[in-house]
Each structure stands twice: as structure tokens, then as C-alpha cells.
Design a protein around this ligand. Structure first.
Ligand code: AHN
Ligand code: ZN
Length: 329
């Protein structure tokens, strides 16, 4: 066997789902539609790939390199791609170059759903238990890469079998350059979600509309639980019911708890208030976690690939697939 064949074999063995089957027929959802099978190993590999670039902080080479890779992945998975490149200024007056990356499926369908996640890394681990790490950038395996990894795996499945509706995968830059607790100035909501604010004011297509948007933020952390985030309930209660309902049918109600959580200023806030598209956030809420209600690794140097749980990725991915493959035009 030559080395190329060995590499192919290793790649084949590394990713377990669907590998040996000739055709992956997926599963029949409880609503009767055939839903392709989301592969958590594949999503995990896309998270690892992003963290291998280093922290994807705006104005770094890692950001540039990862942006190019994300564009290439979406194009490779058959999406029509759009790259939004722009500059903006952060709360601490840093001028940053940003990239929003968009991949569209069924681009001409008037009925559309958005799957989105931020892809940038926070420049500082300012919640780290070790204060000497507070200026270290975050790997952001969970807080950044996880949502993108899940969406990329859905994109891969959509290339094999398109859903009935149009889907836009949107990777949003510069979500996480917001002020930490030590910032003495006024804490404005608009310091967060800079990429989303740009997209909401300048959508990638003129007159762009969507039925709703689902934001994924930190969807791979060990021990995650997803309560109903309250801005999501406020702006998109029917979408929350749809997603938590799908999770329940698939047996994930211990992860997707049908209980109200807190209000989180996140990218979906700006999709709701600026673009006026109903947008919900799947974001962890851990009421008993002492480090953070977002989980123990939030804005720490421990937010790395070691602390990603494939079972959480699988629950989120399968739930989203159930939702989008049951959506009717
Ligand atoms: C605030 O803490 C105000 N918003 C959290 C948004 C966020 C940061 N999501 C991920 N990292
Ligand atoms: Zn963050």
C-alpha cells in the first residue's frame, strides 16, 4: 500500500459515521421526512481545524487563514458563497478588519432560514482562574468554533440532499471583542456582535428576508444545558418552541430544557432589532456553575478542543437537521 492509500484509509477510519455505508439513507424523522444523518465526528474535525489556526482574533494571520478555509469549505460543500469584508472600531478604539462569510443553499428559494454562529476568538481570556492569563487570546473551541463546526457538517449534508427551503449559513466575525468586567466606561450592548451589526445593516443580498434565524453559540461544551434564552422567547417564541420541540422528540430534553433561562446580549439581538428577522439563540445556561452561567471554560484558556463534547454537538446538530428538513416552503 502506498502512502497516499494509507492516508486515505486513515481518514476513512478517523471519521466513523457513514464511512462504511455505500449510501447513507439517514433517518426518518418523527414527522415522516427523511433527514440525513448528522455526523458529530465530522463536526468535531471542523472545530479542531479552526483551533489549529490559532486564536481567530481580528487583525491576525489566524483570522485571515481561517476565513479563507471557511470560504473554501462552504464552496466545497456546494454553497453559493459571499464574503463581506469591512472595517469597524471596537469599544477600546481598535480598528479591526472583519469578514462575514456566507454560504447559501437553494439560493433562489424565497423561503429561507438562517443558521449562524460567530467564528472569531475573544482576544483575552479575562475570565481565566489564573490572572496571569487574562491577556492571553482564547482558542475558542466552544465560544466560536463549535457553532461553525456544527453548521459546516449540516452544509456537508445539504450538498448530498438539499432541504425543501433555502438555507443561509452565516459565519459572523467580531462578536467577542466586548469589554470585560474591568472596563470602567459604560457597557453598551453595541460593543458586542460587531459583525452581525454590519450584516444586519448591509445584508449580503438586497432586500434579503428570512423566515427566521437560529444562532449557535457555545454548542459543544461538556456539561452544557440549553434553557430558553429570553430575547429568543421575546422575539421568536414560535421558533424556540419548534427547536425545543424537535429536541424533545429526538430525546434530548435533558440537554434542551423547556425552562426559561436568562437574557443574553448576543448576535441574535441585532438580527432581531436591526434586520427584524426573528432570531433565537442556542446558548448554554448552567445555573449552578460557579465560574460562569455559560460554563466553566467561558473566556478562559481552557476553552480548547479538549473540552468539546461530541455528544453535545450531536444533539444540537441532529436537532437542527430535524428542524430544517421538516421546514416547508
Ligand atoms: C455578554 O456577556 C454581555 N454577552 C455574551 C455574548 C457572548 C460572549 N457570547 C459569547 N461570548
Ligand atoms: Zn465569548
Amino acid at each position: 500500500m502506498n502512502s497516499h492509500a494509507i492516508t486515505v484509509l486513515l481518514l476513512f477510519l478517523a471519521v466513523s459515521c457513514g464511512g462504511r455505508k455505500v449510501a447513507n439513507t439517514g433517518t426518518v424523522s418523527s414527522e415522516g421526512t427523511s433527514v440525513p444523518e448528522f455526523c458529530a465526528d465530522s463536526a468535531f474535525s471542523y472545530i479542531k481545524k479552526q483551533t489549529d489556526f490559532g486564536p481567530r482574533v481580528p487583525n491576525t494571520d489566524a483570522q485571515q487563514n481561517c476565513a479563507a478555509w471557511l470560504m473554501g469549505r462552504l464552496a466545497g460543500f456546494g454553497a453559493q458563497t459571499f464574503l463581506q469584508e469591512f472595517e469597524t472600531v471596537t469599544f477600546d478604539k481598535t480598528r479591526i478588519r472583519c469578514y462575514n462569510i456566507i454560504g447559501s443553499y437553494n439560493p433562489d428559494s424565497p423561503t429561507r432560514v438562517i443558521l449562524c454562529s460567530h467564528w472569531d476568538s475573544r482576544p483575552w481570556a479575562d475570565n481565566d482562574p489564573d490572572p496571569t492569563k487574562h491577556k492571553t487570546p482564547v482558542d475558542a473551541a466552544n465560544d466560536g468554533a463549535s457553532g461553525v463546526g456544527v453548521i459546516l457538517e449540516i452544509a456537508r449534508q445539504m450538498q448530498k440532499k438539499a432541504p425543501e427551503i433555502g438555507v443561509d449559513c452565516i459565519f459572523l466575525d467580531a462578536e467577542d471583542w466586548g469589554p470585560g468586567n474591568d472596563f470602567k466606561g459604560e457597557h453598551l450592548e453595541t460593543y458586542w456582535g460587531l459583525g452581525t451589526q454590519y450584516w444586519a445593516k448591509n445584508p449580503h443580498k438586497q432586500g434579503y428576508r428570512a423566515r427566521y434565524a437560529i444562532l449557535l453559540d457555545m454548542v459543544g461544551g461538556k456539561g452544557a444545558t440549553f434553557y430558553r434564552e429570553m430575547y429568543s422567547v421575546m422575539f421568536g417564541k414560535n421558533v424556540v418552541d419548534k427547536v425545543w420541540g424537535a429536541a424533545g422528540r429526538l430525546g434530548y430534553s435533558s440537554l434542551f430544557r423547556p425552562i426559561d433561562g436568562g437574557y443574553v446580549t448576543d448576535d441574535h439581538f441585532f438580527i432581531n432589532t436591526i434586520a427584524r428577522i426573528p432570531a433565537i439563540d442556542i446558548v448554554p445556561y448552567l445555573p449552578n456553575c460557579k465560574e460562569s452561567s455559560f460554563g466553566p471554560t467561558w473566556h478562559t484558556t481552557h476553552d480548547n478542543i479538549e473540552n468539546i463534547d461530541k455528544n453535545v454537538l450531536e444533539a444540537v446538530g441532529k436537532t437542527l437537521m430535524e428542524v430544517i428538513y421538516n421546514e416547508k416552503p
